[in-house]
Design a binder for this molecule. Structure first.
Ligand SMILES: Nc1ncnc2c1ncn2[C@@H]1O[C@H](COP(=O)(O)OP(=O)(O)OP(=O)(O)O)[C@@H](O)[C@H]1O
Length: 299
């Protein structure tokens, strides 16, 4: 794996606050990584350091093998702030042409970039008439200038409706498939659950968990939920057969068990045959895992 971003033992202090403490991580080409953490966990501080906007106290940071903020790193990293502001009187095309010329690139690429983010139709409209989702797309088009190897996105989908979010992640998938590494912060846990390869959880400046969702799930060892829908007239028989189950108002039975007990319990429920109309297995969600690691850290 070629490393696009390497951070080792990074520590950053603001007076008496340790905003980041001994944080390490590695991002390879095409990796989509979600950075999660409570308010004040250190996410923005980490992004600012990666972008070379603020210095750090200890550790090492390499962006495409260069120092953060160096001319070489700056040509390879793109940043999308949470609320990217554009000039409302400019059209999408004019805005992107302007950014292209600031970056020393050919302004003629503007339409191609806007096409990539699905804004070709609206390219000649003023940004003041764009929806929030469209403005985020302008932001993404701006980050694509110069084919960056690393995209740093600060809560890129906050304020977007579900369809715009899905479209936005589909765009990111395309960029990752072309080899760009993506680091995005988010508070929307359920959406990053399906759309990223690795998850990092920061809590009070420390990395409390890091891995794929499956790895974090294993490490957290949270109980698995099972929902059993009884066949008509079979509720009482099932309650008797599964005394540990909790009966709910909608007539289903809920059970929870440790991961290593799951198969045994499934076999027991299957053995109940026609008394069972349906069975759903509900693994712990990212939200459960997130609160597990944050709680363990005293949050
Ligand atoms: N310039 C600064 N001076 C002093 N303290 C700071 C400064 N910038 C950040 N901090 C502190 O560092 C810690 C980490 O802040 P940071 O903004 O990185 O958190 P965050 O995870 O991005 O939070 P949020 O989700 O609210 O954006 C907080 O305790 C914050 O108060």
């Amino acid at each position: 794996m070629t490393s696009t971003l390497t951070i080792s033992r990074l520590t950053k202090r603001f007076q008496n606050v340790e905003a980041l403490s001994q944080v390490s991580l590695e991002l390879g080409q095409g990796m989509r990584v979600a950075l999660l953490g409570h308010n004040g966990a250190g996410k923005s501080t980490m992004m600012k350091i990666i972008l070379g906007l603020i210095p750090f106290d200890e550790g090492e940071v390499r962006v495409c093998d260069s120092a953060p903020g160096s001319a070489q790193a700056r040509t390879r990293v793109a940043y999308l702030p949470e609320n990217a502001a554009f000039h409302p009187a400019l059209t999408g095309e004019e805005q992107i042409r302007y950014y292209l010329s600031l970056r020393g690139e050919n302004p003629r690429q503007a339409m191609e970039l806007l096409e990539r983010v699905g804004l070709a139709q609206a390219a000649h409209r003023r940004i003041g008439t764009y929806s929030k989702g469209m403005r985020q797309r302008v932001g993404l088009a701006q980050t694509l200038i110069g084919r960056p190897r690393l995209l740093v996105l600060d809560e890129p989908t906050s304020g977007l409706d579900p369809v715009s979010r899905r479209d936005f992640y589909a765009l990111l998938d395309g960029l990752a498939a072309e080899g760009a590494a993506i680091l995005l912060s988010s508070h929307a846990l359920t959406e990053v659950e399906a759309r990223t390869d690795r998850i990092l959880i920061l809590s009070q400046g420390r990395m409390v968990a890091e891995g794929t969702l499956a790895e974090l799930r294993r490490r957290a060892a949270l109980p698995v939920g099972l929902t059993v829908t009884p066949a008509a007239g079979a509720v009482e028989a099932l309650v008797a057969a599964l005394p540990q189950a909790r009966r709910t108002d909608d007539g289903t039975l809920h059970l929870a068990c440790a991961q290593d007990e799951k198969l045994g319990l499934l076999a027991q429920i299957s053995g109940l045959g026609a008394q069972v109309a349906d069975l759903d297995v509900v693994p712990p969600s990212l939200e459960d895992i997130y609160s597990h690691f944050s709680r363990r850290d005293g949050q």
